[in-house]
Design a protein around this ligand. Structure first.
Ligand code: SF4
Length: 271
């Protein structure tokens, strides 16, 4: 039986190497408290920020055991926002029990205001946290958050998380036409938050937004790096989706992987 409800991949990732995906919400429709304009899962009104249990650790463990392919990371992501899983810690511990890989999570940062969620995230080896906008107006326009998600709380939560005890932290920004001229303002926020790494992305999978070209994103990266250096934060590593290589990997179940990740437009890139 090669069908999987909660796991997908492994996939070659430009920022994680070989990544075995875990979808801790695993619903037919996306479960997210954002409705980003560029979302590859399509547009759906953002849900309320309440957390819920979508799958049990044993169910995840059974699938993790069946996948023999090795990976660099077991990565929590999928069809929605992984921190909306109320049993995130139990699911992470199940991964640690069943697999030798390090754990990573890709979050939209919406619940960073919560000390409990920050504590849960601090146990992952690698947290990749979204920050697309330097202002509340652009945040509302680009990420279209649901009720109860506030830009100031997201930023404050990211700062608290970064300054606390944690594993590796990357901030990721999806650049599209609406925020491409915000590189400097975003760099100032990156410097305030102080991650280990900044990942500059643009939507290469089919969605409602046009991706920036290699040249356009390169110009954004140069501006971000220059501003970080000017602010004395030049030690923060800056990478972009066009500049990194993703390893070639065969997923154990191609249909389940496609359902979570969608296709890339012409360029083989990752999550
Ligand atoms: S946070 Fe991710 S899943 Fe949620 S709407 Fe944005 S892109 Fe889609």
């Amino acid at each position: 039986m090669n069908s999987f409800k909660y796991c997908y991949g492994p996939v070659g990732s430009w920022r994680l190497g070989v990544s075995l995906g875990v979808d801790p919400v695993s619903q037919p429709e996306k479960v997210c408290n954002f409705d980003c304009r560029y979302c590859q899962l399509g547009s759906r009104p953002a849900r309320q920020p309440g957390r819920a249990v979508y799958l049990l650790p044993d169910e995840l463990g059974e699938e993790l055991e069946r996948i023999k392919a090795p990976a660099d990371y077991v990565t929590f992501s999928g069809r929605g926002e992984p921190t909306l899983a109320a049993n995130l810690t139990e699911l992470r511990l199940e991964c640690v029990r069943r697999r030798p890989e390090r754990t990573a999570i890709i979050t939209n940062s919406s619940l960073m205001y919560s000390a409990k969620v920050r504590e849960e995230l601090a146990c992952f080896d690698f947290v990749i946290a979204k920050l697309d906008a330097p202002s509340v107006g652009l945040f509302m326009e680009l990420n279209r958050p649901g009720v109860g998600v506030y830009f100031e709380e997201v930023v404050r939560g990211l700062i608290l998380f970064s300054k606390g005890s944690r594993g590796r932290l990357a901030l990721q920004t999806m650049f599209v036409a609406a925020n491409r001229d915000q590189a400097r303002a975003l760099a100032r926020l990156y410097a305030d938050i102080g991650p280990d790494e900044v990942q500059l992305n643009t939507p290469l999978r089919p969605c409602a937004e046009r991706p920036l070209s290699r040249e356009e994103l390169g110009a954004v990266a140069a501006e971000v790096s220059a501003e970080l250096s000017r602010l004395g934060a030049g030690a923060i590593r800056v990478i972009n989706v066009y500049g990194e290589k993703a390893p070639e990997v065969e997923p154990v179940s191609a249909p389940d992987t496609l359902l979570r990740r969608g296709k890339t437009r012409g360029i083989k890139k990752d999550i």
